[in-house]
Design a binder for this molecule. Structure first.
Ligand code: PXP
Length: 239
């Protein structure tokens, strides 16, 4: 089965543009649940540009779907993850000036610090995934660090959906699964490019945000999610 995690960061982006309480990310998460999404993803960035601490607490307490907390591997975020104890934590690289997460986490370069960091979170009951580029070196490093899952960065493929870029994701997914890692994918996915990623059988979770929230302006959030789930299920059924 292929799960869909809906990233609701940009509901908060819109809310913060006016500094009020509308549109509410918790309401969006509850609609995502009604539409059939399997989890909610939210990225608590160091600069709190969209999701804020109170959003994470409310998403965790008021939304029945499992929460996947995206965060950088900092001491501040570790304390929050240990306190909130979300279903899952996805570790991502973070640069203050970037518009979105550019590239995967260089797990291979930070194995020594990441291993105990991941252990603390997983011992506390949250599954850890590492957001990495689709290559063997990073998959091996993720395994060595003890993470239960990886999320393959699909941004390069989304920008240029060439057979080579798709194959890199498929190969990394196969390799990671053979090592016993749970394989997820996400970034830049939309109605056009999701089918090919969903047809990679080793991938069991997609995390999709910006496109779905943007599309919801035109069709509503629930229909946008239902259409995405339909694309994912059709790709899976065709295997
Ligand atoms: N997965 C991770 C780890 C991300 O950082 C993001 C972007 O916040 C996404 C998935 C979703 O990407 P998009 O918003 O482009 O769908």
């Amino acid at each position: 089965m292929l799960r869909l995690g809906v990233n609701i960061d940009h509901v908060a982006t819109l809310r913060n543009a006016r500094g009020g309480i509308h549109p509410c990310p918790v309401r969006a998460a509850l609609i995502a649940q009604e539409a059939g999404a399997h989890s909610i993803t939210a990225h608590l960035r160091e600069d709190r540009r969209h999701i804020k601490d109170i959003d994470i607490e409310r998403l965790n307490n008021e939304v029945p779907l499992p929460l996947n907390l995206e965060m950088a591997a900092t001491d501040e975020m570790l304390a929050i993850a240990l306190k909130i104890k979300p279903h899952a934590v996805c570790l991502v690289p973070e640069k203050r000036a970037e518009l979105t997460t550019e590239g995967g986490l260089d797990v291979a370069a930070h194995e020594v610090t990441l291993k105990p960091y991941i252990k603390k979170i997983q011992d506390n009951g949250s599954r850890v995934s590492l957001f990495i580029d689709a290559n063997k070196k990073q998959v091996e490093a993720a395994k060595k660090c003890g993470a239960r899952a990886i999320e393959l960065h699909t941004g390069t493929y989304a920008e240029n959906p060439s057979p080579d870029n798709l194959d890199a994701i498929a190969q990394a997914a196969k390799y990671a699964k053979s090592m016993g890692l749970e394989v997820h994918a996400g970034h830049g996915l939309n109605f056009e490019n999701t089918g090919n990623i969903a047809a990679i059988p080793e991938i069991i979770e997609l995390n999709i945000g910006h496109f779905l929230i943007g599309e919801s302006i035109f069709t509503g959030l629930k229909p946008a999610i239902i259409q995405m789930l339909d694309i994912m299920n059709k790709a899976r059924d065709s295997l």
